[in-house]
Design a protein around this ligand. Structure first.
Ligand code: NAP
Length: 322
């Protein structure tokens, strides 16, 4: 089978396509014939060797975090009824940028018939995280909510989740084209945070913020933090533009704010599974829809990473194999 491997840390060019022996499922494992592989921004950071304490990966390794496809083989102790079923699952050290993924059977999530495998792959991490974050910050009807990196895979779902919860949603991203796509997802106002006065526009539109869902970090997140009102909830879960926006709790507490970080959405397997099932159900019911902006073949995994790092993507990026 074809696989993508990272032999050393570096730029997108270190993602190299090769051949490997087809996996054979051991006890409690299954093989999924992969149709779609999830790609996350964090993987570009890990590939550069900057995974830090949360993702201490060492090359050589197979990248990829999750796949959607059809179960083709099951190992000992696994219900043979899984064979032929459409599923989505997280992939561990065996990787997800592969034609056949080896995963534990207990991590399988059945994909509802009404849902495309691409939507299921797009929701596996982003949908899980979006619903988890909504529970953390407890969005209430009428809350003024700012989503940064709103044009990313996670951000586009957070805009919808906040809208469904009855919030007044401001979405911040870079570029008119991306902002127009996000407006269609239910944002009440959009702002281009590459413009110097962007946070003033947010102030004019809201008067202050009750909730910030910060997927961008750095200066974007810090500007948003300053605009929060007492009782506000700030989630600092993203770093693409620098570091996490809220480094310590002292300032937040002094202002009567709650600040939480990425650790609140690092779920144990059972809880992850429950959120993932909920995310698929929300999409099946039509309440959320992943914004799949671009897809690449397995052979073009390096182009997918390069596009993400160049900020040239909108919404979710996926590898489509069949
Ligand atoms: N997806 C998850 O399940 C999950 C879970 C926990 C934490 N997070 C964190 O949440 C953040 C967003 O994740 P994501 O999966 O939604 O990623 P994504 O789809 O790739 O979106 C990242 C967004 O960050 C913005 N960005 C700002 N500065 C950037 C830079 N220097 N380089 C690249 N992009 C930049 C980009 O939008 P603009 O160009 O419009 O600014 C882009 O839309 C990441 O920090 C990620 O680690 C995600």
């Amino acid at each position: 089978m074809r696989v993508v491997e990272v032999a050393r840390f570096g730029g997108p060019e270190v993602l190299v396509v090769g051949d490997a022996t087809d996996p054979v499922p051991g006890s409690g494992e299954v093989v999924i014939d992969v149709a779609v592989a999830d790609v996350l921004w964090i993987e570009t950071m890990i590939r550069r060797g900057r995974g830090g304490q949360y993702f201490p990966v060492q090359p050589p390794y197979r990248p990829g975090v999750g796949v959607a496809g059809t179960v083709s083989l099951v190992g000992d102790g696994v219900d043979p009824g899984w064979v032929g079923r459409r599923v989505v699952a997280r992939t561990g050290e065996h990787g997800g940028y592969v034609e056949r993924a080896l995963v534990p059977a207990k991590g399988l999530i059945a994909v509802p018939d009404a849902l495309e495998l691409s939507d299921a792959a797009a929701l596996l991490h982003d949908g899980t995280t979006a619903l988890g974050l909504a529970d953390v910050v407890q969005i209430k009807p009428g809350d003024r909510v700012l989503v940064t990196a709103a044009g990313g895979g996670l951000g586009a779902l957070l805009v919808q989740v906040a809208h469904v919860a009855g919030a007044y949603v401001v979405a911040a991203a870079r570029g008119a084209k991306k902002l127009e796509r996000i407006r269609q997802l239910g944002a009440d106002a959009v702002t281009d945070y590459s413009e110097p006065d962007w946070i003033e526009r947010v102030r004019e539109a809201t008067g202050g913020l009750d909730v910030v869902l910060d997927g961008a970090g750095g200066a974007y997140g810090r500007a948003a933090f300053d605009l929060m009102v007492p009782g506000g909830r700030f989630s600092a879960h993203g770093t693409p533009s620098g570091e996490f926006a809220v480094a310590d709790q002292t300032d937040a507490q002094a202002r009567g704010l709650t600040a939480t970080g990425i650790e609140r959405v690092q779920f144990a397997p059972e809880q992850f599974g429950r959120y993932a099932v909920r995310a698929l159900a929300e999409a099946t019911a039509g309440r959320i829809k992943p914004l799949i902006g671009q897809t690449f073949s397995l052979e073009r995994a390096a182009d997918a990473h390069a596009a993400i790092e160049a900020r040239a993507v909108t919404g979710k990026t996926l590898l489509v194999l069949s």
